[in-house]
Every structure is written in C-alpha cells, then in structure tokens.
Design a protein around this ligand. Structure first.
Ligand code: NDP
Length: 307
C-alpha cells in the first residue's frame, strides 16, 4: 500500500504525549498527525495503544506495546490489515523495575515506605532482611523482557534460570527448562518472574497447582499479562502464607478494582502497568515505526510483524 497519512492515535497519551511521537516522525515521507477516533479512516496507518474497530479500514496498525492480545488477529487478517508490535525495546526498563521489586523485598524498602506514611520508626526483625547474591530467580518467558530481567538480576548476583516452550538455552540464563517442566523449574526459585505474553496456552498458566509448586518463602512477580495468572488462586496462596509475597504490574482487570484484597497486603507491591515506562518510550517506538516505513518503501517484510 501507499503510505500517505500516518496517524498517531490519541490513546498513546496514557504512555507519552502523542505530539512528541508525531514530531519525532515528522521527517517521514508521509503526512504524520495526531488523530482522534473521528479521523482514523482518513489514515493508511495508525500508531496506537488501544484498539478501535475503525482500524479495520486502515492498511497498517502499529501497537506501542509488545503485548497485542487486545487486537482481533482474525479480523485484521480478513480485512488485510498488517499488525506490528513494539517488542524488543522493553528489556532494560522492565529489567530495572523487576530488580527494584527484588531489592524492595530483600532490603525491606516497601515496609519503610509504608511506615513513613504513618511517621513510624520501625526496624525490620533481625532475620527479615537479606541480600540477593545466592538467591535464584526463575524467569518464565525468555524473550525481550525475560532477557532484560536476566541481565539486570545477573548483575546483582542473582542466579537466573528460565522457562520457554522449547527449553533451548538462552544467553544470560544458567539453565532453561521447557514449559512442560514449569513446576519443576519454579520449585527451586526464591523469585518467580513472569514475562510471558497472554496466549491461549499461557492463560491461567499460574494456577493453584503452580503456587503449590513454589516454595513457601518465595516471591512471585508478574510483569507479563494479568490473565497469565489465576488471580483468585494467587490471592488464596498469599492469604494462606503459601508464598512470601508478590510484586504485580499487570492484573486480570485493569485498573485493579478498589475492592481487590491485593491493595492492602503488606507483602504485595502493586504498580499500575508501568514497568516499561521511560521518558524515552516515544523515541524507542518511533525508531521501530521509522524502520518499518523504510521497509515499506523498499518493499521488504515489516519488522515485528504479528499479523
Ligand atoms: P517476546 O516475544 O520477546 O518474548 C516472549 C517470550 O515468551 C518468548 O521468549 C517465548 O519463548 C515465551 N513464550 C511464549 N509462549 C510461551 C509458553 N506457552 N510457555 C513458555 N514460554 C513461552 O515478547 P516481550 O518479551 O517483548 O514481551 C512479553 C510480554 O510481556 C508481552 O506480550 C506483553 O504482554 C508483556 N509486556 C508487559 C509490559 C509491562 O509494562 N508490564 C511491557 C512490555 C511487555 P519461546 O518462543 O521460546 O517459547
């Protein structure tokens, strides 16, 4: 298709100002503008956070997120719409966020932040704080997020093992298990970190049996997608002290409903789906869009094409 008009959909506002990206892309050989829902059908291509039915009338949709589970793949295919995503850019950001969770738990920082709200001077019990070298993290999903997490945790002295479908080795992971051996892999970990996409196969992969397989003093971290976890089963495990705690960036329902018990648990860190946030986000996404506009001009296969 001929790219005449590329729209930056205003839903990206949740992550960065749409005008920053439009400005970054202003040198492209196309008209680049910020668009609302009314102007979608005037565009050949859209860069977006959310999905809109009107996208079916465009030729190319680029998701500013790596996760594309909210887009209707079959309908895109039927209407000849190409979908690309932003995998490949979230390694360092998510890696540092996960390191932050682990350091909070090991150095008890979340307790001190909570105590500070009440002007309470309270030191940890003598055996509560620990250091990370010598601990093991099992990272489930060894793609961009998983390797970024492995890289940052490895630098902190954490032993990192991984899980992927094939079980084939990945640099940065001391050992990699096949997903059939998930329970065996997570059983030996002090931290289980989920960096999986949401697919039919991964939906509720972390259920009561998985939490049973984890050690009682292990922490659970999810930065993949909420529905990879059976959230009521996680809440049951936390309430039964069958886990030490959890750090969660993604949830089955977002925003996390006010009545969720997760908000109030001392050993749970809740972050609002922002593990990958960085002030460079629009640039990182912009580079992928530029690359694909170049490829379109050269009649080459798109980078990060999903549909
Ligand atoms: P990648 O495609 O790079 O990595 C996904 C990894 O998951 C692959 O290594 C794949 O390995 C593995 N995988 C897929 N299915 C299974 C399975 N059934 N069992 C075990 N492993 C599996 O994607 P990213 O790392 O960029 O992103 C991963 C997900 O993280 C995104 O889909 C998104 O939902 C989420 N995300 C969340 C963010 C946040 O803000 N919290 C930010 C960015 C992404 P293999 O093919 O070898 O099985």
């Amino acid at each position: 298709f001929e790219l005449e008009r590329l729209g930056v959909h205003d839903s990206v506002e949740a992550v960065f100002p749409p005008a920053e990206l439009a400005d970054f892309l202003s040198e492209l050989p196309a008209d680049v503008t910020v668009v609302g829902d009314d102007e979608i059908t005037d565009c050949d291509a859209i860069v977006t956070l959310e999905h809109r039915d009107a996208f079916l009338e465009c030729s190319w949709i680029h998701s500013i997120q790596a996760g594309v589970d909210r887009f209707p793949f079959d309908e895109f295919e039927e209407h000849g719409v190409t979908l690309t995503n932003s995998t490949g850019i979230h390694d360092r950001t998510v890696g540092e966020t996960v390191a932050g969770y682990l350091l909070a738990f090991s150095r008890r920082l979340h307790d001190h932040v909570a105590d500070q709200q009440d002007r309470r001077w309270e030191r940890p019990e003598w055996d509560e704080a620990f250091t990370l070298p010598g601990t093991t993290a099992c990272v489930v999903g060894t793609g961009t997020l998983g390797t970024g997490v492995a890289d940052v945790l490895g630098a902190l002295g954490v032993r990192v093992i991984g899980v992927r479908r094939s079980g084939e080795p990945v640099p940065g992971f001391e050992e990699v298990y096949a997903s059939d051996d998930l329970h065996e892999a997570i059983a030996e970990a002090d931290f289980v970190v989920v960096t999986l996409p949401l697919t039919d196969e991964t939906h509720h992969r972390f259920d009561a049996d998985a939490f049973d397989a984890m050690a009682e003093d292990a922490y659970f971290v999810n930065v993949g997608r909420g529905s990879v976890v059976d959230e009521p089963a996680l809440i049951d495990a936390l309430e039964a002290d069958a886990l030490a705690g959890a750090a969660l960036d993604v949830f089955e329902t977002e925003p996390l409903p006010e009545e969720s018990p997760l908000w109030e648990m001392d050993e749970v860190i809740v972050t609002p789906h922002c593990a990958a946030y960085t002030r460079d986000y629009f640039r990182d996404v912009g580079e992928i869009v530029r690359e694909n506009v170049d490829r379109l001009g050269d009649d080459e296969q798109f980078y990060n094409q999903v549909v």
